[in-house]
Design a protein around this ligand. Structure first.
Ligand code: C5P
Length: 232
C-alpha cells in the first residue's frame, strides 16, 4: 500500500469536480491530476495527427507517448501544452469533451494512460479528478468522493462557464450533449462512471462550491493523518 495519500473525486461533467478538486488540492498543498484533460488531449492529438476517429491502436499509441505539460501563466491561469503548443482553449472546448468521451471508451487508450495517471501520486499527496479514480486508478485511495448534481443544474453551470468565456451556446443543445456524454460514460464496458461502494456521495445541486470544498476537506482531515513534523 502506498504511503502517499490520494483523494479520488469522481462524478459526471458539471458536478463541480474540477473546481472542487483544484480548491481541495490548493488547501492541502497536494498535487492535482485532471484525468479528463488527458483523455481530451488524446482526442485532440489524434485530430492533429490526422488519425481516423475510429483508429483505436493509433489513439492508444498517442496516449502512450503524449507530450503534455500542465502549467500556469503569470496571471495564474491554467495552460496546457501539447508538444510545446498551447492548446488550453481547444482542450477545454465542448468538442474536445465529446471527442474525449469517445476515445475514453476504448480499453487500449485507458490502459495506455493508467501508469501515467498513477505517476502523479507523489508526496505530500494527490487529489485525482475523473470518472474512475476511485474505482480503477487509485482503488486504495484514502478518501473517495462521488459528486453528483441534477442534469439541469449541470447544464446550467456549464452554460454559465461558457458564457463567462465569451462563448454563446444554446442551453438545450448543451443539455442534450451532456446527457449523451453521461450516457456513453455510464454505459461503456470498461471503467464506466459509477460511484464505488466505499465512496461518499455528495449531491451538489443546491450547494455552493465553498460548502462542498469544506465537506471534502473535513472528510480528508478525518481520514488522512496530518504529516508528522520532522524530528530534529
Ligand atoms: O472531466 P472531463 O469533462 O474533462 O472528461 C472528458 C471525458 O473524458 C469524459 O466525458 C469521459 O468520457 C472521459 N474521462 C474518463 N475517465 C476519466 C476522466 C475523463 O473516461 N478518469
Amino acid at each position: 500500500m502506498s504511503t502517499v495519500p490520494v483523494i479520488a473525486i469522481d462524478g459526471p461533467s458539471g458536478s463541480g469536480k474540477g473546481t472542487v478538486s483544484r480548491r481541495v488540492a490548493e488547501a492541502l498543498g497536494y498535487h492535482l491530476l485532471d484525468s479528463g484533460a488527458l483523455y481530451r488531449l488524446v482526442a485532440l492529438a489524434g485530430e492533429e495527427a490526422g488519425l481516423d476517429p475510429d483508429d483505436r491502436d493509433g489513439h492508444a499509441a498517442l496516449a502512450r507517448s503524449l507530450a503534455a505539460v500542465f502549467t500556469f501563466d503569470e496571471q495564474g491561469n491554467e495552460r496546457i501544452l501539447l508538444e510545446g503548443n498551447d492548446v488550453t482553449g481547444p482542450v477545454r472546448s465542448e468538442r474536445a469533451g465529446a471527442a474525449a468521451s469517445r476515445v475514453a471508451a476504448w480499453p487500449s487508450v485507458r490502459q495506455a494512460l493508467l501508469e501515467r495517471q498513477r505517476a502523479y501520486r507523489r508526496l505530500p499527496g494527490l487529489v485525482a479528478d475523473g470518472r474512475d479514480m476511485g474505482s480503477v486508478v487509485f482503488t486504495d485511495a484514502e478518501l473517495k468522493v462521488f459528486l453528483t448534481a441534477s442534469s439541469e443544474e449541470r447544464a446550467h453551470r456549464r452554460h454559465k462557464q461558457l458564457k463567462e468565456k465569451g462563448l454563446s451556446v444554446n442551453l438545450a443543445a448543451l443539455s442534450a450533449e451532456i446527457d449523451e456524454r453521461d450516457r456513453r460514460d455510464a454505459s461503456r464496458e470498461v471503467a464506466p462512471l459509477v460511484a464505488c461502494e466505499d465512496a461518499v456521495t455528495i449531491d451538489t445541486t443546491s450547494l455552493q462550491v465553498d460548502s462542498v470544498v469544506k465537506k471534502v476537506l473535513a472528510l480528508a482531515r478525518a481520514r488522512i493523518p496530518a504529516p508528522r513534523a520532522e524530528e530534529d
